[in-house]
Unconditional design. Structure first.
Ligand code: GLA
Length: 717
């Protein structure tokens, strides 16, 4: 059957649950006939008869009037049009799926595009990207160079996207697609997931549902500026296009130069938004995230505990405390470095990565050893892509910063922060050297928190000749550095942080183990942020810390139990001065850490099912289940407290209807066990009818608060 299809110019990529059907007939434009549920060959052969028309796979500007374009280019003679026609198609197997490459050439100009489609069979992911080549002698300017274009048949199609800002990342927006353009655009340069995200989902069957309905997800794997666009016009198809944001960039392809776009990953699921999330999570853990198969340690980070007030006895006290609560790693955050200019606040010293001996006389080696003596590991904060104008680095290399010629620098954080120009190989060596020196001096260093606290402002490179290449060259430079670090120190854990959640993105995560989800650690707001972030990113990557109250960002006071129960739904850690905690609070955290360790494999490697959205009701709930459906963890958080409120049952998902599960509460603070404790229910009952959670925690008077939450562990008999 496949041979017959190929003879007709039709090529099919199947994953376990989806099919992509391509029409790549020689001499014509490459087209996508279908992307959605997996098709039987006989149905795939009759898509046209069923009313599904093929759509351009990579629409180029020129011959199609106002239609959405993924590619536009200006030839050396000023011609703005392209007429791409298929020249050849190559199909091959790779270890985890198939690869189809469609090579098209302009009808007149020596200009080619290779559109690549790659399937990950078991994860239900298909990636696409374009390799654009100028085979002529004179330069060709690319003015739009998207990674791909997908047409979605009209119906009641809704789009789910993420927006936000610093301290409010990953907020969910759900909207029906209506006439006109919907554009999600980012121009932050060094990070790209504060104000918007490079991922979207399309629900094909009306208002988005978590566990039902057909959904297509898309994630642009690019850490820099992007544009995601959806055009809804007078045709039967919404056109979705995604790629690098071409604003302020200028790619002039020289003779024989090929520009490769970032990859764009699609996923299809017939099991709602959570189904697409599970696909992205599985794929992310298997192929993208560093060490996606290794459990993450429970850590204490010093930032919200002591901020810049770093000193040796203080660090040792925090290490002792986290060790005594069962933690496994201590991370010393900002404030440890600077010689001529000691880092007392955020207005100096970035770039001067030498220890401040007045704060830490024994240096980092002493701290690594102090951690080891307490049976835990040691980690450290750096912000290697940056400097301050008040630093020895900047005094020595003022030409290393990003700045347009004839302009003064534009400063960021602390009134003095500047971004280093990673397009410059000397800067790349400097950045690699920071990690290399730390690791050579401290082979026992386990973890690096890699921060990036500034956008690119006064756009310009003091190194590059072509200013329009800054965005792409910055990311190439950073990739080279991170490749070198990963090659030299393969076991190092590295967190991607960018003023909180600025680097939750599949373009940058392949070098990182996790990301800092937000500088806002308020448990209530985290429920919303982590809900949205979980659309595309797995719990194993989502750092989620128990912090002090009143919360340092929103000043809300929540119970310690509530804070633990929220943090336990991601990669659990702490971000607090334990010296300020009561014994009771420490005891509750010790219990939470111990319980988390029991269910860590389920949370970090399991399948997510979001059950009740915080955007919809009085409580929020989600769960993780093992793929074998033998163990699961359920989270239930009350998000507002009013007397005389009545809560519906929460219906579970992802269990085996025919198995029986024993239910146990984790992180219990109640005086008496819940009535449900130790009881056995069928998976069918739990999924069809669910469980009703008590409206409040039954605790002694001194612990009573307006917060209530539950974590339940389910195990199949
Ligand atoms: C950023 C990070 C914080 C912390 C500070 C240190 O804001 O997001 O977690 O590391 O920098 O200055």
């Amino acid at each position: 059957m496949n041979l017959i299809f190929a003879l007709l110019g039709v090529f099919i990529l199947n994953t376990s649950g989806s099919s992509l059907v391509l029409d790549a007939t020689e001499g014509r434009e490459a087209r996508i006939v279908w992307y959605g549920a997996r098709l039987q060959s006989e149905d795939a052969a009759q898509l046209r008869q069923a009313g599904f028309a093929s759509q351009s796979a990579y629409p180029a500007y020129g011959l199609k009037g106002t239609a959405a374009t993924a590619l536009s280019a200006i030839q050396a003679d000023g011609n703005h049009t392209l007429d791409l026609r298929v020249v050849s198609v190559q199909e091959s197997e790779w270890e985890h799926g198939r690869r189809i490459e469609i090579l098209s050439r302009d009808a007149v100009y020596p200009f080619t595009v290779k559109n690549v489609f790659l399937s990950f069979t078991d994860e239900d992911i298909i990636e696409t990207w374009a390799e654009i080549s100028n085979l002529g002698k004179k330069p060709v300017e690319l003015t739009r160079y998207d990674s791909g274009c997908l047409s979605i048949h009209v119906g009641e199609v809704w789009m789910s996207s993420l927006y936000g800002t610093w301290a409010n990342e990953g907020r969910l927006c759900e909207e029906p697609l209506t006439r006109g353009w919907k554009v999600i655009s980012n121009i932050d340069g060094t990070r790209n997931s504060h104000t918007s995200h490079a991922e979207v989902m399309f629900s094909l069957d009306g208002k988005p549902q978590e566990n039902a309905g057909r959904v297509i997800g898309a994630a642009l794997e690019w850490g820099g500026d992007y544009e995601l666009r959806v055009q809804t016009d007078d045709t039967d198809y919404h056109k979705f296009l995604a790629g690098i944001n071409p604003d302020n960039s200028e790619i002039k392809l020289t003779r024989d130069e090929t520009f490769t776009t970032p990859r764009l990953a699609y996923s299809f699921s017939g099991e709602g938004l959570s189904g697409v999330s599970r696909n992205f999570h599985r794929w992310g853990r298997n192929y993208r995230l560093a060490h996606g198969d290794k459990e993450r340690k429970v850590l204490l980070n010093s930032w919200e505990g002591v901020y810049f007030d770093i000193n040796e006895p203080g660090m040792e006290q925090m290490m002792s405390d986290i060790a005594s609560m069962g933690g496994e790693l201590f991370v010393m955050d900002d404030g440890w470095f600077g010689d001529k200019y000691p880092r007392k606040n955020d207005s100096s010293s970035l770039g001067d990565w030498v220890v401040d001996k007045s704060k830490l006389p024994g240096g980092i080696p002493h701290l690594v050893q102090a951690a080891e003596e307490r049976g835990i590991k040691f980690g450290i904060w750096i912000e290697p892509e940056m400097t301050n104008s008040v630093s020895e680095l900047y005094e020595a290399h003022p030409d290393w910063i990003i700045k347009a010629a004839s302009r003064e620098p534009v400063y960021g954080r602390g009134g003095t922060q500047l971004v280093l120009d990673l397009s410059n190989p000397a800067v790349q060596d400097h950045v690699f050297g920071i990690v290399d020196r730390l690791m050579k001096e401290n082979p026992g260093l386990d973890y690096i928190k890699w921060d990036s606290n500034m956008d690119i402002n006064v756009h310009g490179s003091q190194y590059l000749k072509e200013q329009g290449r800054l965005d792409t060259e910055y990311w190439k430079g950073l990739a080279k550095v991170l490749d070198r670090i990963r090659a030299a120190y393969p076991d190092l854990t590295i967190q991607a942080c960018a003023s909180g959640g600025g680097r939750a993105n599949w373009g940058v995560l392949p070098w990182f183990d996790e990301f800092w989800t937000s500088d806002n650690t308020d448990a209530l707001q985290r429920i919303y942020m982590q809900w949205g972030t979980s659309y595309f990113f797995p719990a194993i990557a989502m750092a989620s810390h128990i912090s002090a109250t009143p919360n340092h960002t929103v000043y809300r006071t929540t119970s310690i139990k509530f804070r633990c129960d929220v943090a336990m739904s991601g990669r659990l850690g702490m971000e607090i001065q334990p010296a300020g905690m009561t014994d009771k609070e420490k005891e509750i955290c010790r219990q939470a850490i111990s319980d988390y360790k029991k269910v860590r494999p389920i949370v970090q490697f399991g399948d997510i099912y979001r059950l009740v959205s915080p955007y919809d009701g009085k409580f929020a709930s989600l769960m993780y289940a093992t793929p074998a459906k033998d163990k699961a963890v359920l989270y239930w958080w009350k998000i507002a407290n009013f007397y005389d409120e009545h809560f519906p049952a929460v219906r579970l998902c992802g269990l085996d209807p025919d198995r029986k599960y024993v239910v146990r509460e984790l992180n219990r603070v109640d005086l008496r066990p819940m009535a449900i404790e130790g009881k056995v229910f069928t998976g069918r009952f739990l999924m069809e009818n669910g469980l009703v959670m008590p409206a409040s925690n039954d605790v002694e008077w001194s612990l009573k608060s307006d917060w209530s939450s539950r974590v339940l562990y389910l195990e199949a008999l």
